[in-house]
Design a protein around this ligand. Structure first.
Ligand SMILES: Cc1ncc(COP(=O)(O)O)c(C=O)c1O
Length: 414
């Protein structure tokens, strides 16, 4: 059955039009190692698993599917904490004039550090996960934190942020309105904005956040080499403002500039701002208006992060926008896997890449897309489960009650 997602083969699949130069600048290996050095000092830090799904791979006719399971990250159920915490670390170093020094986690907690810093307040807008990660980092390091959410943010997500001691402000409007309100209030009050999205004149901190994410990819590469795999052949990554996707695409483009994996960027069809910006074809960011109604709360962003978009437009291969049922099916496949494959608890935004891969392998897709994808028994496919059960009521609705069902025409046939 003809697929119901929309796709763009970027630059008509002409890989000679890729340009990894910015990726190399933004994601040098030493930055990833610096982030890793910092993260490893956090109490209870462990590598998250790289879950292999051999039986699903066989069913879909591909060589391997590997899911980096960030639902298990530092008991935070999301990868986001890796960016927020590293950005706070870099900002503290900058405020102290110690940018060239390695500050220990212990020092960040010390009275000496707090006295030197004086009163600092950190602030950000969020769709839930980044705010929770930043609130957690601030609580650990004993700094006040103000988080702005939009009016559609679910109560469990708000409560989860408050649990880490942050003050939460609800802004009428969507995620992008919350971003603007947080920036305006921070300006008025002298707070430091630690935002995962960038805008003109505000790029340094979002860059640190993306660099913080690359610590996850260093782990993955270490885990791949333990399996005898040099690099994945395909990467499917989900995008909200595009910071995670740019970190993943940028990291691999910088590491393997001559032979990068094939990069597929997936978004919800109701909030496909990266897709629409690529579709516009003018190299600029474009906004998707409206209430961005999707179950993928973490991906419900209407404005790309410009610095992230720059990396994506120069290096990613395929852009996809998919309906909610694709992510919902991904959640069910991961949570109730084929016998022998590990269970991966995945929330709506976390499961989009797996749902997308499943659709790519089982729907009837155009020949031109098939030819660029080249999914076969040699394909080693990498993706990140970016969140676990972060909204327990929605999670039960989808997994137990069958909310967002697969349309009949795409269901398993006899
Ligand atoms: C669970 C989850 N996955 C993916 C993303 C996408 O990250 P980005 O906004 O950097 O594209 C987010 C963003 O909040 C998220 O919460």
């Amino acid at each position: 059955m003809k697929n119901e997602f929309k796709y763009i083969i970027h630059n008509n699949g002409d890989t000679s039009r890729k340009d990894p130069s910015k990726a190399k600048e933004m994601f040098p290996m030493e930055r990833a190692w610096d982030a890793r050095r910092f993260h490893r000092q956090i109490p209870n830090y462990h590598m998250t698993p790289l879950a292999a799904l051999p039986n699903l791979s066989q069913l879909l006719g591909v060589g391997g599917i590997y899911v980096k399971d960030e639902s298990l990250r530092l008991h935070m159920s999301s990868f986001k904490v890796m960016g927020g915490s590293y950005a706070v670390y870099r900002l503290v170093k900058q405020l102290l004039g110690k940018e060239d020094e390695d500050l220990s986690y212990e020092y960040l907690l010390s009275k000496e550090c707090h006295d030197a810093l004086g009163d600092v307040v950190f602030c950000s807008a969020t769709d839930g996960n980044h705010g929770r990660g930043l609130a957690w980092a601030c609580q650990k390091l004993n700094h006040p934190c103000k988080i702005y959410v939009h009016s559609e943010t679910s109560q469990p997500r708000i409560d989860a942020i408050k649990r880490f001691g942050a003050e939460v402000t609800v802004v009428q409007g969507n995620y992008d309105d919350a971003v603007r309100q947080a920036a305006a209030d921070a300006e008025k009050n002298g707070w430091y904005v630690v935002s995962d999205t960038s805008w003109e004149g505000y790029e340094e901190i979002p860059t640190w956040i993306m660099q913080g994410y690359t610590s996850i990819l260093l782990e993955a590469q270490e885990q791949f080499s333990g399996m005898g795999i040099v690099k994945p052949t395909h990467v499917i990554v989900q995008a909200g403002v595009g910071a995670l996707a740019a970190a993943v695409v940028g990291f691999y483009s910088a590491l393997f500039p001559n032979d990068p994996p094939l990069f597929i960027v997936a978004e919800p069809d109701q909030a496909a701002c990266i897709y629409e910006s690529i579709a516009a074809g003018d190299g600029k960011c474009h906004t998707v208006e409206g209430d961005l109604a999707t179950i993928m709360a973490g991906l419900a962003c209407g404005e790309p992060s410009p610095i992230a978009f720059d990396i994506l437009k120069n290096n990613a291969d395929i852009f996809i926008q998919a309906p909610d049922n694709v992510a919902a099916r991904g959640m069910r496949i991961l949570g109730c896997p084929l016998h022998g494959d590990p269970i991966v608890i995945s929330g709506e935004s976390g499961a989009l890449p797996l749902g997308t891969l499943f659709a790519l392998c089982t729907d009837e897709i155009d020949e031109e897309l098939k030819n660029v994808l080249k999914l076969d028994e040699n394909s080693q496919i990498f993706m990140i489960n970016t969140e676990g059960n972060t909204d327990p009521i929605e999670f039960r609705r989808i997994l137990w009650d069958g909310k967002n069902p697969v349309p009949t025409r795409f269901q398993i046939q006899e």
